[in-house]
Design a protein around this ligand. Structure first.
Ligand SMILES: [Zn+2]
Length: 251
């Protein structure tokens, strides 16, 4: 079993360092759990990226810009692992988002062990994100960078998985969380000057016909029911976030 703990896909997100520090205490063999800083240059500079979002640059280009070259180099490494765990933070009010690019048997099996609150199946980025290259790719985007509760929850989730895979043997608290699944199908564009309304909350249904953003007296009206996902992320310039649909998963 080879697992990659991938941190720093976005160089401004520092939470991965803290997760790494916690997991180091478990003394897991380096060939079993390898830590990798995805966007090395941006991570050093504490910038989100150098030329473009690395998480939209896969599978990459041999002679492209920095992120394209980086993606090209990382792709085979990511493909070689049995599981890739990608750690992110968010500046939005999003909480407890567990992100996958597919819901196959293995991924579902691991989700049941980790017990996240929300699973986002990112169909919208399934071809160019880092995880799109993985056999099994899972990403934690549980909250803000310096939030201790967030770090604790991520570490607990990873420990549950490691225990299930018989890599560690530790006692862990039991929980009974009913996971909600969302299919994330498209982006919600943000025309210049528009602001989302205050009552718009991640995972809370926006009904068809409802106003979700305004620019002075001009309004943006939902043309279909949808769940707002990753709304309010400061790093997105021309989108509010994503459009989600609830998925029914039989467990
Ligand atoms: Zn990120």
């Amino acid at each position: 079993m080879k697992i990659i703990l991938n941190i720093g896909t976005h160089g401004n997100e520092r939470i991965g360092l803290k997760v790494e520090r916690e997991l180091k205490k478990l003394n897991i063999d380096k060939n079993t759990l390898t830590v990798q800083i995805a966007n090395e240059k941006a991570f050093k500079l504490k910038k989100r990226y150098i030329d473009q979002d690395l998480n939209r640059s896969f599978p990459g280009k041999k002679d492209g810009n920095y992120e394209e070259r980086r993606a090209y180099k990382l792709s085979p490494i990511i493909k070689s692992a049995d599981i890739v765990i990608d750690i992110h933070s968010t500046t939005s009010a999003l909480k407890d988002a567990f992100i996958v690019t597919k819901l196959d048997k293995k991924t579902l099996e691991y989700i049941k062990i980790i017990q996240p609150k929300y699973v986002l199946v990112m169909n919208v980025t399934k071809n160019n994100s880092l995880m799109s290259q993985a056999k099994v790719g899972i990403a934690f985007e549980y909250g803000k960078d310096n939030d201790l509760a967030v770090i604790r929850k991520i570490v607990l989730g990873i420990k549950r998985l490691l225990k299930y895979l018989k890599i560690i043997d530790v006692k862990l608290p039991e929980t009974k969380i009913i996971t909600k699944y969302f299919d994330v199908v498209s982006t919600v564009k943000k025309p210049k000057g528009y602001k989302q309304l205050k009552n718009i909350k991640n995972y809370k249904l926006i009904h068809k016909g409802e106003v979700y953003a305004k620019k002075g007296k001009q309004k943006l009206i939902a043309n279909q029911d949808f769940y707002p996902i990753i709304f309010g992320e400061k790093n997105y310039k021309d989108i509010f976030g994503f459009r989600g649909k609830k998925l029914k998963i039989r467990v």
